[in-house]
Write a protein that binds this ligand. Structure first.
Ligand code: NAD
Ligand code: SER
Length: 319
């Protein structure tokens, strides 16, 4: 049976890259991008795009019927820093969108759902090093609370209604194709741009705060591998830990300096430092490795090289 995939919130950091990869696998016409804002030319010109505000459940159902959608990837959300600035919208958008999409599967309208969680489900009472899959979870941000509730909602819908929902607790994601959307880990993307354009960067986190991160090609591959895994291999329905690579702003700055020797980094921590301090510095993803064969490809060194190479090309084309 031909899969038809709807991506909600497809114009953001993850969606932009996910649409492109899924269109390569499933065919351009079978991957419908949707958002409340337009995407880059590559997405807009290569296949269908729908203006969809995920709060509008009727429109969502019309689009699912129009294209005979079989799978939904829900990426629309407010991220950690933005949600702290607008807690009502953070709660409304993150919770309601999730129910709208889970109910599509509960009502038999689609077969499979991807919904991303985050390292933000953890809090300051969680063991910070090599954080296990099952552990204390007391998130302190509105974003983290919606992600934790969302994980419980996933498991509830799976157990109660048989909904085939799959999820990953993404680390902070780093990519060059699209800008990040307002998270605490965004410094690890901004730093590359500023290193190339200005030779210096003022970091909003302190130099020694370690956080788990992942290069976007690994994150996209993990997402698609989880979605394509046989259902019986997906033993965790709340959300899977994924480790990625852990480093501090100082370590990343030193790695970039190997390629841009005069690069200068200053530290001016703001409110995001408190959020980052409540998150783990490294993650244990043994369950993902054992259940569906997850294997990381990009080290800090490989990622830094690839980011700088691609961004330099991008800036050359703009100039
Ligand atoms: P992003 O902010 O870059 O993209 C979100 C997209 O959702 C935007 O294009 C935005 O226009 C769209 N959107 C906002 N409100 C909408 C609405 N009402 N209806 C439809 N679309 C709407 O976010 P992202 O980084 O691509 O993250 C996608 C998902 O992955 C989120 O659930 C996020 O929590 C999760 N995640 C991201 C990271 C990361 O580092 N990027 C890490 C962990 C989890
Ligand atoms: N990278 C995300 C953020 O910082 C974590 O989910 O909000």
């Amino acid at each position: 049976m031909q899969e038809v995939i709807l991506i909600i919130g497809s114009s953001g950091q993850i969606g932009t890259e996910l649409v492109i990869e899924l269109r390569k696998i499933y065919g351009n016409e079978n991957v419908i991008a949707s958002d409340i804002r337009q995407s880059c030319d590559e997405v807009m010109n290569s296949g269908p795009f729908e203006n969809l505000d995920i709060m509008d459940e009727k429109l969502l159902r019309n689009i699912v019927a129009k294209y005979k959608v079989t799978q939904v990837y829900l990426l629309a959300a407010l991220l950690s820093a933005t949600a702290e600035q607008n807690i009502e919208l953070g709660w409304e958008l993150n919770m309601r969108s999730h129910s709208h999409v889970l109910d599509l599967a509960k009502d038999g309208l689609v077969k499979k759902i991807f919904w991303p969680s985050s390292i933000a489900v953890f809090g300051s009472t969680t063991p910070m090093e090599n954080t296990p899959q099952y552990t204390v979870m007391e998130p302190s941000t509105v974003y983290g609370i919606t992600k934790q509730a969302g994980e419980r909602w996933n498991e509830y819908y799976f157990n109660k209604f048989g909904v085939d929902v799959r999820s990953i607790r993404y680390p902070g994601l780093i990519g060059w194709k699209a800008a990040p959307g307002g998270g605490t880990t965004d410094y690890a993307v901004d730093i590359f741009h500023k290193a190339i354009t200005d030779g210096k960067y003022e970091c909003f986190l302190a130099e020694n705060i370690g956080l788990p991160m992942m290069y976007m090609p690994d994150a996209i591959r993990a997402t698609i591998e989880l979605m394509e895994a046989p259902a019986e291999q997906v033993k965790i329905r709340s959300s899977y830990n994924l480790a990625g690579v852990s480093f501090t702003p100082k370590t990343l700055s030193e790695e970039i300096s190997k390629h841009i020797p005069n690069f200068k980094m200053r530290y001016q921590p703001d409110f995001r430092q408190e959020i980052a301090s409540s998150w783990p510095s490294s993650i244990d993803d043994t369950h993902a490795q054992n259940d569906w064969g997850w294997k990381l490809k990009y080290t800090l060194e490989k990622m830094t090289l690839d980011m700088l190479r691609n961004l330099k090309e991008k800036y050359k084309k703009i100039a």
